[in-house]
Design a protein around this ligand. Structure first.
Ligand SMILES: [Zn+2]
Length: 814
């Protein structure tokens, strides 16, 4: 049994006789591939990639990462989290596990699979709101993906928006180096550029897909279907398997008259409806909007009318999302009709246009765009300026705030505000518009102007597609939780009885109802007759990126602390402890010089600083002459906090740094304190280092002991016992390799358990029959990630080791 399982596992884990960890301690990874990749990245980093910026900085070269340094802790394993779901081969066969995008707009990232084989659909980011101070990106849980990388066979991207590809520089390194990625030609250009910025691009892994062209995608036979959206080359996915068909729409609307002539593929939706859809997943963004979206062609007409209406009156400035090439095409048509030339303000506009030009999808030649630096050389009546100033801070907000910006607004300008205002940005957009109005330009914005149309389907379109697909089960995706619930309700109103709403991390299992064998087994999560059920939940955490190398969890990026500093302010005190070497031991009072300063606080004309200064000095005066620096810092910090609370009801961050004016005096004082403590068996109550260390812990113990205060000796014993227990637990965790290195047919270790790597200790040999040999690295390595845990099986409990045994654990194996 073991021999049958081993090669299969070795294949899944990357094969080879040994499975070394990479420098993040990750298993399994193909060592040579990873090494080659790192060497390649280093070489690339030494020869900077040509990430050309647009406009004035056109030839600026950026090297954002060596392919590793931007990852922060996003690949660090977190407590070996279980992969949700039933044991192998059991439960409903079709599985969906959203990593992001359900219960929020953005960060779309989802695992879809058949039993234990998965593909990853999209790898998007989310933009933080104003409470995530200093953050620029929110990323899905890449550490979870990295932990279970051996289950993910391929990645497929539905389209090129940031909320679908933006997290790839973090997701890509989390996956096995052999995992391929599939995307349409245009999104692939965007992906290529993004990965090159981070020195991650590997052409051999990238595959371009075409609409209606089937290809093998992990356990599925995948057919991409053309959908219309606010960026070119978007697809939905039809995922066929032996156990049923899953359809994922991606982001979509039905544009009856698309600018690029590529229509929504109703025919395929109708065909798969007749063929049978086990599970249908659809975009919920606009489920609360009744009716249907308007076509980009309507926006084109409105833009044309507005631009023609400003003929001979000055420049026209339009704002839009850089990725919306349909809108860019409409603006170009208006420019051509009015005899104006296009100029881009905002680096990303050129980036998207050039990427589209490389795959033959650009609405016009990028060479026709005039340089922003040359704006002054043109007659204002010949200019149509496109900016990305849709959401501050962006290009249009800069000239509104900063007169030295390359675009200087003129009173004769006409500003057409075309994009949708992202919820949460409303106030800032309005402030920007106010500033622009004050400078003179006329502004046209608002829904009634027909200057914008959504890229996401309204209720009428959602119902139409549900009628085409006629799925057995429905799962709403891409939206806030309330939107998902409303979409599920809409599906029920359209006679789809089996709907479910899940959150990120929850695994949904679906069994095809037309497959009698599967349904008669009962099968979803053991509920007889159920064909759709929640199979488990993974504990996921989001990662935050600060726009540069800093990436980590909310606590690692100190988000709470940032908010505290922003709201409550900060107090900083420097305490210069003045001790006389000769007098220190006998001094009854401590002397010190204190300096206090604050930031982001109301100081009442200096009144607060005086209060803080007085409080700090009073606190120090109450300390004995040989008080430890840690005790000084703690006592002063407490006094400063109390003072701020009393003065102004504020709870600022307080930082106190104490140091010895004369280090020799400090050493003498410490020696005196230690002697005094040794002489007093009841413990030093005078505020030495030990008291400082025990602090809160001692209070907790006191509470646990029914209010009786422990003596220092008792406290030491408790601490020592706790230390012993921790050590025993650490040793217990080392016991992961099975006797003889055997695995049962599910990859779970069988037989008695012995220390990892074998053991030569005589007690171990006697008690457990340990051979004393080192286990083959392949077996030991594989068991660092026990397959049993990955399949949700309870891990076998290691036997209790005789008390003498731990002493032989650290001995090296022969
Ligand atoms: Zn989109």
């Amino acid at each position: 049994m073991a021999s049958a399982a081993a090669p299969e596992l070795a294949g899944r884990l990357g094969g080879g006789p040994s499975l070394p960890t990479d420098r993040r301690g990750w298993l399994p990874v193909s060592h040579h591939t990873a090494q080659r990749q790192r060497q390649g990245r280093r070489r690339q980093a030494e020869q900077p990639t040509q990430c050309r910026a647009g406009g004035r900085n056109r030839n600026r070269v950026q090297v954002r990462s060596d392919g590793y340094e931007h990852l922060g802790s996003s690949q660090t394993m977190r407590n070996k989290r279980q992969f949700p779901g039933p044991p192998p081969g059991q439960g409903p066969p079709l599985r969906v596990l959203p990593i992001g995008g359900l219960g929020e707009i953005g960060m779309n990232c989802m695992l879809i699979g058949v039993y234990d084989r998965y593909i990853l659909v999209d790898a998007g980011l989310m933009f933080p709101d104003f409470t995530d101070l200093g953050m620029q990106k929110i990323l899905p849980d890449t550490s979870f993906l990295a932990q279970w990388r051996d289950k993910i066979e391929a990645v497929v991207i539905t389209h090129g928006h940031e909320d679908h590809i933006g997290a790839l520089p973090w997701v890509w390194p989390a996956l096995d180096p052999s995992t391929p990625i599939y995307a349409g030609a245009f999104p692939m250009q965007l992906i290529k550029r993004r990965l090159q910025e981070f020195n991650l691009y590997d052409e051999g892994r990238c595959h371009v897909i075409s609409m209606r062209q089937n290809f093998q995608l992990g356990p599925f036979d995948c057919t991409p279907i053309r959908v219309t959206h606010s960026i070119p080359d978007c697809c939905g996915l039809v995922l066929r398997s032996d156990h049923g068909t899953i359809v994922h729409t991606g982001d979509w609307k039905i544009d009856e008259n698309p600018v690029d002539g590529e229509s929504f593929d109703r025919q395929v939706f109708d065909e798969i409806g007749r063929e049978g859809v086990s599970l249908f997943m659809s975009d919920s963004t606009n489920v609360l909007s009744p009716g249907r979206t308007t076509s980009e062609a309507v926006v084109e007409t409105a833009l044309m009318n507005r631009v023609m209406g400003h003929q001979g009156k000055g420049r026209v400035i339009t704002t839009q999302f850089a990725s919306n090439l349909h809108r860019m095409a409409a603006v170009k048509k208006a420019a051509d009709a009015s005899g104006r030339k296009i100029c881009f303000i905002g680096m990303s506009l050129g980036f998207y246009l050039e990427a589209a030009a490389r795959v033959g999808r650009a609405p016009f030649d990028p060479k026709e765009v005039i340089q922003a630096a040359n704006l002054d050389q043109y007659d204002p009546n010949e200019l149509l300026i496109i900016t990305t100033g849709s959401q501050p801070p962006a290009a249009l907000s800069l000239p509104a705030r900063n007169p030295s910006h390359m675009l200087k607004l003129q009173s004769s300008d006409f500003s057409l505000y075309s994009p949708k205002v992202i919820p949460g940005n409303d106030t800032r957009v309005m402030q920007m518009m106010n500033r622009i109005s004050e400078m003179g330009p006329e502004i046209a914005m608002g829904r009634d102007e027909n200057l914008h149309t959504s890229g996401h389907a309204y209720k009428g379109e959602l119902e139409e597609v549900l009628r085409y697909a006629r799925p057995q089960h429905f799962l709403p995706v891409h939206g806030e939780y309330a939107f998902l619930c409303a979409h599920a309700q809409l599906a029920r109103e359209n006679n789809i009885n089996f709907t479910s709403v899940i959150r990120n991390g929850q695994m949904l299992g679906v069994a095809d109802r037309r497959n009698r064998n599967t349904v008669s087994m009962g099968s979803a999560a053991g509920i007889p007759g159920a064909s759709m059920a929640l199979l488990g939940e993974a504990q996921l955490t989001n990662f935050y990126n600060d726009g540069n190398k800093g990436t980590g969890t909310a606590s690692e990026m100190a988000l709470e602390e940032r908010q505290l500093l922003a709201v409550e302010g900060i107090v900083i005190a420097a305490v210069d402890v003045l001790r006389d070497a000769a007098m220190a031991a006998s001094a009854r009072r401590l002397r010190a010089k204190v300096r206090v300063t604050t930031r982001a606080m109301w100081v009442a004309g200096g009144g607060l600083l005086e209060e803080l200064h007085r409080a700090a000095n009073d606190a120090i005066e109450r300390l004995p002459g040989d008080a430890h620096l840690a005790a000084v810092e703690r006592v002063v910090a407490d006094a400063l906090r109390r003072t701020c609370k009393a003065f102004n009801q504020r709870r600022p961050e307080v930082v106190v740094i104490a140091h010895e004016a004369d280090p020799r005096a400090g050493a003498a004082a410490m020696a005196s304190a230690t002697r005094r403590q040794a002489d007093s068996p009841q413990g030093d109550r005078g505020g030495g280092q030990q008291r400082g260390q025990r602090g809160r812990w001692g209070q907790q113990q006191q509470q646990q002991q029914g209010g009786r205060r422990m003596s220092d000796r008792e406290a030491e014993e408790v601490l020592a016992e706790r230390k012993r227990r921790k050590q025993a637990e650490r040793e217990r965790q080392l016991l992961v390799a099975p006797k003889g290195g055997e695995l049962d047919d599910m990859g779970a270790p069988s037989g008695a358990w012995v220390p990892a790597g074998g053991c030569s200790g005589p007690v171990c040999r006697a008690a457990l029959g340990c051979s004393g040999r080192r286990w083959p690295p392949a077996v030991a390595g594989r068991l660092r990630e026990p397959a049993a845990a990955s399949w949700g099986l309870p891990r076998p409990r290691p036997p209790i080791i005789p008390s003498a045994s731990p002493s032989c654990l650290p001995l090296p194996c022969r």
